[in-house]
Design a protein around this ligand. Structure first.
Ligand SMILES: Cc1cc2nc3c(=O)[nH]c(=O)nc-3n(C[C@H](O)[C@H](O)[C@H](O)COP(=O)(O)O)c2cc1C
Length: 334
């Protein structure tokens, strides 16, 4: 463990991450427009969705789109890459650093069959020879510090994740995130605090613990039980973009800030949509925005009636009208 768990900043190689709570990589969600919306509430560190190294090398347009970022992004954003070819991963690290990302994160946890079939993601974490080659190549090529995100092996007595973490540290990786669930657990079920703690205490790197955080108290418990330097929040932040800041404030002061009003939330959601429209054009942004609207509304009391409309938005006007409705206090209270 490289950092005291009550430290407010975490050093990742040459990069200072100005807080302990991070937004986890979420494919389809943590692209620049959403990160900017979360950052309006406060978010020291965020990770892009996983990005194909080979897509970057081939300069695929849809892949390059994932490199969008802006001045109003989180202060530190890691670009997460996946792949199985040493040369491709090394080249991809240079491309994301050239695009301005201060950290490169290597995906070692994705269980999706199409990623595992390529010997990338979770499959790469389980292959020590290939993992060492790739880690060495990426660290050597990358102009910025390299981090990695991993999850646990199926069997608690299987120490392969711990072994992989040690290997990554030996090869110069500067920080780790450990999702404390096994690959075949998917995204449900208990988080193995002990296994995350074993890694955090053994490896001389800052570790972000991840999995199942829904409240500031959950985050506090995860930090305490795992002795991790930081905590990474995924799904709960998609419905409550202010949650990262709530946790950061709670860890610092012991008090959770008042929830934003519906009008404040509506303003942040509109800001999110406008960023998305600037990136993708209004029509494409509106189609993709449905999943975000559904998540935002799911996180708010009394907004159920708006869900069918959220699933049909097709332009900025639709989003703005819906948010106008949303911003009114619900009938049963503020
Ligand atoms: C929709 C979705 C997309 C995800 N995409 C990625 C990804 O691109 N890279 C990654 O390392 N993990 C990905 N994850 C895993 C999350 O980063 C995180 O480890 C997991 O959701 C557990 O954290 P949570 O319980 O706070 O959601 C994804 C999870 C979900 C639900």
């Amino acid at each position: 463990m490289a950092e005291a768990s009550n430290s407010r900043t975490i050093k990742v190689g040459t990069v200072e991450v100005p807080g302990r709570v991070a937004l986890a990589p979420l494919a389809g969600y943590t692209e620049y427009p959403f990160r900017a919306a979360v950052a309006t509430f406060g978010c020291p560190y965020a990770v892009t969705p996983l990005i194909s190294a080979e897509g970057l090398v081939r300069r695929n347009r849809n892949t390059l789109r994932l490199l969008a970022r802006g001045d109003d992004d989180a202060p530190v954003v890691a670009a997460q890459i996946f792949g199985a070819r040493r040369g491709g991963m090394a080249e991809a690290a240079k491309i994301v650093a050239d695009a301005g990302f201060p950290l490169v994160d290597v995906n070692l946890g994705c269980p999706a069959p199409k990623i595992r079939k390529q010997e990338a993601g979770a499959a790469l974490a389980g292959n020590a020879v290939a993992l060492r080659r790739i880690a060495r190549a990426v660290v050597a090529a990358s102009p910025v510090p390299v981090t990695a995100k991993m999850r646990l092996a199926r069997d608690p007595s299987d120490k392969s994740t711990l072994a992989a973490a040690k290997l990554l540290s030996e090869e110069g990786v500067a920080a780790l995130t450990v999702h404390g669930r096994a690959v075949d657990q998917g995204l449900r079920g208990p988080v193995d605090f002990y296994a995350v703690k074993e890694i955090a205490e053994t490896v001389p790197l800052p570790v972000w613990a991840n999995g199942g955080v829904e409240t500031p108290q959950d985050a506090e418990a995860l930090l305490k039980e795992t002795a991790a330097a930081g905590v990474m929040v995924g799904r709960a932040a998609v419905s409550r973009p202010y949650l990262i800041n709530d946790i950061e404030t709670y860890l610092a002061d012991g008090a959770v800030p008042a929830a934003p009003s519906r009008a404040e939330l509506a303003e942040a959601i509109m800001f999110h949509f406008d960023k998305a429209a600037a990136l993708d054009g209004e029509e494409r942004a509106a189609r993709h925005f449905r999943i975000h609207l559904l998540a935002y509304l799911k996180g708010a009391r009394g907004a159920k009636a708006l869900l069918p409309r959220a699933a049909r938005v097709a332009c900025r006007r639709d989003v703005a009208d819906l948010l106008e409705e949303f911003a009114k206090p619900p009938e049963d209270g503020p």
